[in-house]
Ligand binder design. Structure first.
Ligand SMILES: NC(=O)c1ccc[n+]([C@@H]2O[C@H](COP(=O)([O-])OP(=O)(O)OC[C@H]3O[C@@H](n4cnc5c(N)ncnc54)[C@H](O)[C@@H]3O)[C@@H](O)[C@H]2O)c1
Length: 278
C-alpha cells in the first residue's frame, strides 16, 4: 500500500517515519525543499535510533528506500491514504485538499492531522466528504502511542475502518472521536498549558519551577511550558484561538505572553527560543 504525507515539519516527518517503518511506500511532500532536507536528516537519525534500540533486522537505508521526498504533489496521485500535516490554518488546508481532490484517485482517503480545526468543514470543501477524516497524531510521533480518529459529519464508517486498520498497522492505538473543537485530548490538555502560562505571567514561579512542580507533582514526563515549546508556540496559539472562536467561551482566553512570544518570532524549540532558550 502506498501512503502520503503532506507537510514535512515537526509532525509530518514523524508520521512519514512511522509509516515507512511499518512497511508502507511513503511519499513526503513539502513546499519548501529545505524542510524536506531537514526532515530527511531527522528521519535518518531517528530511524537509526529505533533500529539500534529495538535491535531490528532492518537498516536506515532500507527504510529510507521506501520514502520519496518531493516538492511535487503529483507524486501522491496513486496513494491510498494521504495525511496532511501542513500549517494549522483552515484556508491553507482547504486549498490543499481541493488540490488533492484533482490530483488523487476518487477512492483516496484524505486524513488531516489538525489539532483543532473542523474536519467536517475540510470534508465539505472537497468532492469526497465521506472520505475525509481526522487522524490526529501526538508529538513526538514515533514515541507517542495514541492517534485520535475524528469522524466528520459526512465521514463514512468505511473510511474510519480503513484509518483504524492503518493506525493498528503503525503499531498505535486509536480512540474514536466526533468532530468537535479540539477533539478530546487537546480539549483537556490545552487549558492546562494555558493555565501554566498564566501562572508564569503572574510571576508566581519561574518557568523551571512551574515545570518541575507539574512533573514531580502530577507525574508528567515533561512540564507544561517545555511541552508548549516542543509543540511550537505558533501552532499552540492557532489551536487556542480556534478553541476560543469555536466555543466563544471566555474561560479559554489566551495568555498575553503566548501572543507576545509568537509576535516576536519565538516559536519554541523550532526557532531556538520560547519559554526557554535552546
Ligand atoms: N506540533 C505539534 O505538537 C502537533 C501535534 C499534533 C498535531 N499537530 C498538527 O500538525 C500540523 C502540522 O504541525 P507541525 O507542528 O508539524 O508544523 P510545522 O510548522 O513544523 O510544519 C509544517 C510544514 O508544512 C509545510 N507546508 C505548509 N503549507 C504547505 C502546503 N500547502 N503543501 C505542502 N507543505 C506545506 C511547511 O513548509 C512546513 O514544513 C498542524 O495541523 C498542527 O496543528 C501538531
Amino acid at each position: 500500500m502506498k501512503v502520503a504525507v503532506i507537510g514535512s515539519g515537526i509532525m509530518g516527518n514523524g508520521i512519514a517515519q512511522v509509516m515507512a517503518m511499518s512497511g508502507y511506500e511513503t511519499v513526503l511532500v513539502d513546499v519548501q525543499q529545505e524542510a524536506l532536507d531537514r526532515a530527511k536528516t531527522t528521519m535518518e537519525k531517528n530511524i537509526g535510533r529505533v533500529v539500534d534500540k529495538q535491535g531490528l533486522e532492518t537498516t536506515v537505508e532500507e527504510v529510507m528506500q521506501r520514502v520519496q521526498l518531493t516538492t511535487d504533489i503529483q507524486h501522491v496521485s496513486n496513494a491510498e491514504v494521504v495525511v496532511e500535516a501542513i500549517v494549522e490554518k483552515m484556508e491553507a488546508k482547504k486549498a490543499l485538499l481541493q488540490q488533492l481532490d484533482e490530483v488523487c484517485e476518487p477512492k483516496t482517503i484524505f486524513a488531516s492531522n489538525t489539532s483543532s480545526l473542523s474536519v467536517t468543514e475540510m470534508g465539505a470543501a472537497t468532492k469526497r466528504p465521506d472520505k475525509v477524516a481526522g487522524m490526529h497524531f501526538f508529538n513526538p510521533v514515533p514515541v507517542m502511542e495514541l492517534v485520535e480518529l475524528v469522524k466528520g459529519a459526512d465521514t463514512s464508517d468505511e473510511t474510519m475502518a480503513v484509518l483504524q486498520r492503518l493506525t493498528e498497522a503503525m503499531n498505535k492505538q486509536s480512540i474514536l472521536v466526533n468532530d468537535a473543537p479540539l477533539f478530546v485530548v487537546n480539549r483537556i490538555l490545552i487549558p492546562m498549558l494555558s493555565e501554566a502560562m498564566f501562572v508564569y505571567e503572574e510571576g508566581i514561579a519561574s518557568a523551571e519551577d512551574i515545570d518541575q512542580g507539574m512533573k514531580l507533582g502530577t507525574n508528567q514526563p515533561i512540564g507544561p511550558l517545555r511541552l508548549a515549546d516542543m509543540i511550537g508556540l505558533d501552532t499552540l496559539l492557532a489551536v487556542q484561538q480556534s478553541l476560543l472562536d469555536e466555543t466563544g467561551d471566555s474561560k479559554y482566553r489566551i495568555p498575553f505572553i503566548l501572543k507576545k512570544l509568537v509576535r516576536a518570532g519565538h516559536y519554541g524549540r523550532k526557532t531556538g527560543r520560547g519559554f526557554y532558550q535552546y
